[in-house]
Write a protein that binds this ligand. Structure first.
Ligand SMILES: *[C@@H]1O[C@H](CO)[C@@H](O)[C@H](O)[C@H]1NC(C)=O
Ligand SMILES: *[C@@H]1O[C@H](CO)[C@@H](O)[C@H](O)[C@H]1NC(C)=O
Ligand SMILES: *[C@@H]1O[C@H](CO)[C@@H](O)[C@H](O)[C@H]1NC(C)=O
Ligand SMILES: *[C@@H]1O[C@H](CO)[C@@H](O)[C@H](O)[C@H]1NC(C)=O
Ligand SMILES: *[C@@H]1O[C@H](CO)[C@@H](O)[C@H](O)[C@H]1NC(C)=O
Length: 599
């Protein structure tokens, strides 16, 4: 099936950029003035404090029986220091949702370190370090719990992995903050938001893995503190960087080179993204070839991955020749910048059938798992063939940051695509399923994709998305842009006998935007369905923009507080590739990607 690609409208984009620059300058000027006012205020305060301490000094001089003026002065300075620290901590914590947790943890952390700096940046670093320390503490504590059934043991095994993932993200965050100055921090903000959102998500996934019961409750209770601290860190990141980002707007974005391409992007990556027809592209040279018939170096993708060198430069290209590959490959965390491409999404297919009903936890059912950042897949299919009656059965689970899927197929029933964490971009993909078939807590954009709804079980409804944002500060969500949401051929006849929805809230702050898409008539006029009772209906964010088709009418949509109806263009713009995924820094801006809205 061919997917329409839209011409790149350079003129419009130029104008948009001009307008944006103008806006930025305006904001910059306003913030600059605000900072001037702050500096002036600080200067006044400084003069005031100095005058006061000078007055203190005078009294000191006059008091004849002062035992040790030098020591007294030092103590004074220390008190002032503590007071100033406390003030800084209080100010920083004021923007968080868990103010007391924030103040307690930060004061304690800084109080125990005499040399600690009170620069906002250092406080932020401290705030993130606190999360890491708390996570370790919780881990040590829950490790001693009694996991006495295979289910509990298994769930805890997942948790161990997820805890490590969370620790890695926190580690990256701390290093990243450490490398910045307070004023340059805004350049790291998108990454920090991205990593810290993932930290939240991993904790939740750990808890979700346990069957309902005491152990789950206890895990949840234990992790509450970590959740609060993570949420606080997100708040602080945005407070600290927000103050400086606009003033510093020149440096806050990685600049595009004169072609309008991100200057750091390798030629190879650009070619990959610009490519329209793989067979005509001589530039893509596989590092290894996988072929079922033995004509490559490997017969399975897993073997090819296992044989990857530990160190290499640039991308590592794995060509998967036509064939049905029955295996469960994992692109692990240390496999960075891997490209897997096939002969076509119906020719080169990876397939499996792990599922929930047969006793595999949803997290582990994926046929194909991607953890390594910078992953790209093209012209290849991923399937889970367990079928609807086996319930949760993931075809592909993606944790990889800056991951790209071009002209791929993801086929399954319930939970087909698990867009778990980080920034993900799907273009020209075909995705099939019944229940929650695109779900997870990544920041993901599905562009020019087709969602084919399959026939569900008799007692089921179908739901395209189930986004899992846990905290309102997470920068995650599912965006469907320029997609088609239609019935699969096998469901066409019966499609109106079932209820079909765009999405439902898996978690409290579920966020999904459907825009510039064609919505088939099978989508219920209500559009969206609840998860359970009134759970999340006030806190979620569901929105639509410029959709077409018989299912796009919004006059009978749900009336929840969280349902935003048709949003403005300005609002919709926030969920496009550049602002939402920072795609301008890692995706080619010439052809295959639409960075903004199409209208
Ligand atoms: C104390 O603070 C300094 C500077 O912020 C930092 O380098 C050091 O690692 C901290 N020490 C501890 C024990 O936290
Ligand atoms: C964090 O990263 C540093 C350097 O990248 C590494 O030395 C350290 O072991 C890491 N810590 C953890 C807990 O992974
Ligand atoms: C976890 O605890 C929080 C706060 O006590 C509660 O709101 C939430 O529903 C709990 N989640 C689970 C899965 O038990
Ligand atoms: C992968 O292939 C590219 C292009 O042929 C080459 O430059 C690169 O060195 C190869 N990498 C490895 C690890 O073999
Ligand atoms: C992966 O690719 C990106 C962009 O091309 C590059 O900046 C990064 O250094 C690469 N990472 C590795 C480990 O090769």
């Amino acid at each position: 099936m061919a997917f329409q690609d839209f011409d790149y409208i350079s003129e419009r984009r130029k104008n948009e950029q001009k307008q944006k620059a103008k806006n930025r300058i305006m904001i910059g000027v306003v913030l600059f003035l605000a900072v001037l006012v702050l500096i002036a205020a600080a200067a006044c305060a400084y003069v005031y404090i100095n005058r006061n301490s000078a007055a203190d000094g005078k009294t000191g001089k006059h008091s004849t029986n002062h035992p040790n003026p030098a020591k007294d002065k030092a103590a004074h300075a220390k008190d002032d220091g503590n007071a100033a620290t406390l003030k800084a901590v209080k100010m920083l914590c004021s923007s968080t949702d868990y103010i007391q947790t924030c103040q307690d943890s930060l004061s304690k952390y800084i109080g125990s370190n005499a040399t600690a700096s009170k620069q906002p940046k250092d406080l932020l670093q401290a705030a993130i370090s606190v999360v890491s320390a708390e996570l370790q503490k919780v881990y040590d504590k829950v490790s001693t719990m009694n996991f006495d059934t295979p289910e509990l043991k298994g769930a805890f095994e997942d948790c161990k992995v997820l805890f490590q993932d969370a620790k890695d993200e926190l580690n990256s965050s701390v290093s990243s903050v450490h490398q910045q100055t307070t004023t340059s921090l805004s350049s790291s903000t998108p990454d920090l938001n991205n990593w810290l959102s993932a930290v939240m998500s991993y904790q939740e996934t750990c808890i979700d893995g346990f069957p309902d019961g005491d152990v789950k409750t206890s895990m949840n209770t234990s992790l509450q503190s970590v959740k609060e601290l993570t949420s606080n860190s997100l708040a602080i990141v945005n407070q600290v960087s927000g103050l400086f980002s606009a003033v510093n707007f020149g440096a806050s974005r990685r600049l595009l080179d004169h072609d309008g391409l991100p200057s750091w992007m390798s030629d190879e990556d650009r070619r990959m993204l610009k490519r329209k027809d793989k067979s005509k592209d001589k530039s893509l040279v596989p590092n290894v070839t996988v072929a079922l018939d033995g004509s490559g170096q490997f017969k399975t993708i897993s073997d090819a991955l296992a044989a990857m060198p530990t160190a290499y430069e640039g991308r590592y290209n794995i060509y998967v020749k036509e064939g049905i590959y029955q295996e469960y490959p994992i692109v692990s965390k240390n496999m960075i910048n891997v490209t897997i491409y096939g002969d076509g999404s119906q020719k080169s297919v990876v397939t499996g059938n792990k599922n929930f009903v047969d006793g595999v936890r949803t997290f582990q059912t994926a046929t194909f798992t991607v953890l390594g950042d910078g992953f790209m897949a093209q012209s290849i299919g991923f399937k889970n063939t367990a079928g609807g009656e086996k319930h949760q059965a993931v075809a592909i689970r993606v944790q990889a940051d800056r991951s790209v899927f071009l002209n791929c197929r993801m086929e399954g029933y319930q939970d087909t695509v698990y867009a778990q964490t980080h920034r993900q971009f799907y273009r020209g993909c075909l995705i099939t399923g019944t229940v929650d078939f695109i779900f997870g807590d990544a920041a993901s954009i599905f562009q020019n994709c087709v969602m084919y709804i399959m026939k569900p079980l008799d007692n089921q409804q179908t739901i395209v998305t189930a986004q899992g944002r846990i905290d309102k500060r997470e920068t995650t969500g599912i965006v469907l842009q320029n997609c088609k949401i239609l019935a699969d051929k096998g469901f066409e006849e019966d499609k109106m006998k079932f209820k079909n929805y765009l999405g439902r809230p898996w978690k409290e702050y579920s966020r999904t935007i459907v825009m510039e898409s064609e919505i088939g008539e099978l989508i219920d006029p209500a559009g969206w369905m609840p998860w359970e009772g009134d759970f999340a209906l006030n806190t979620l964010y569901y929105a639509e923009y410029a959709n077409t088709g018989p299912g796009a009418k919004t006059d009978s949509r749900v009336k929840w507080a969280g349902y935003k109806g048709i949003i403005s263009k300005t609002e919709a713009q926030k969920y496009t590739v550049t602002p939402f995924l920072q795609g301008d820094t890692w995706l080619d801006s010439n052809t295959k990607v639409r960075f903004g809205l199409s209208s």
